[in-house]
Structure formats: C-alpha cells, structure tokens
Design a protein. Structure first.
Length: 142
C-alpha cells in the first residue's frame, strides 16, 4: 500500500477507534457509577445544570474514557502508519487534546478535573500508545 495512504488510514482509524473506546466508556459509566440524584446526564444542558452535584468519583469514567480512547487511538495509528509512527501517535493525542479543550469550554467542570484531564489524559497517553503500537508492530513483523 502507498505509504501516504497508509499514514492517512492510520490517522483515520486511530481517531475512529479511539472515539469508539471513548464513547463506549462514557455510555457505560452511567450504569457503573450512576449520576447524582436529580442530575440529567443524558443531555449537554442537563449536565451543565447539574454539574455542581457531581462528586470526584463521577469524574473517574470521563477521565478513563479520554485517556483510554487516546491510548487506543495512538496505538492503532502507530501500528498502521508506514513511517513516523510516533509522530502519528502524537498527532492523535493532539487531536484528542483539542477535543478535550473544546469540551472544557462547552461543559464547565471543576477546575481540578479540567487540569488533570488536559494534562494527563491526552499527550502522555498518546506517547504510551505510540510506544506500545511501535512495539506490537515490530513484534508482528519480526
């Protein structure tokens, strides 16, 4: 396969699969960690209005969703990319970070969570995912 097409495919699949992981964990979170009494977590407006009711435990799954979605996306990108595997993994991290920044502005959450999420869930996870993806790819092709 043409290396340019393969690299484009790496980014697209990294974003798609990372987003699937992210959304799956977000959708699963309500059944494992129910939202506070009276909070409507089904709409953005409901979340905004009830955010003050959320306790730190309610932010575990959003963080995990962002971190694991980025990790999987970066890992996939690194495995598929024909060249510059780590750069493509980090690009996934940057794209997810941009989404996280947008989310901070759209859905006001506690400052501590915004900082932990933006600092810990994207770039570090993209780096780890890139390392894992490179290692898996090298073992696969050995």
């Amino acid at each position: 396969m043409n290396p340019i097409l393969r690299n484009i495919l790496a980014v697209i699949l990294g974003l798609v699969l990372g987003s699937v992981v992210n959304m799956s964990l977000i959708m699963l979170s309500g059944s494992i960690m129910p939202p506070p009494e009276g909070a409507d977590a089904t709409t953005m407006e409901g979340l905004i209005e009830s955010m003050h009711k959320f306790q730190p435990k309610h932010f575990i799954f959003p963080f995990l969703a962002h971190a694991l979605g980025t990790l999987v996306g970066a890992c996939v990108a690194a495995m598929i990319a024909a060249t510059h595997k780590m750069k493509f993994a980090m690009a996934i991290g940057v794209l997810f970070l941009i989404g996280g920044i947008v989310n901070v502005f759209l859905l006001p959450s506690p400052t501590w969570f915004s900082i932990v999420d933006l600092v810990g869930a994207y770039i570090p996870m993209a780096f780890i995912g890139g390392k894992i993806g490179k290692k898996l790819f090298s073992k696969k092709n050995s």
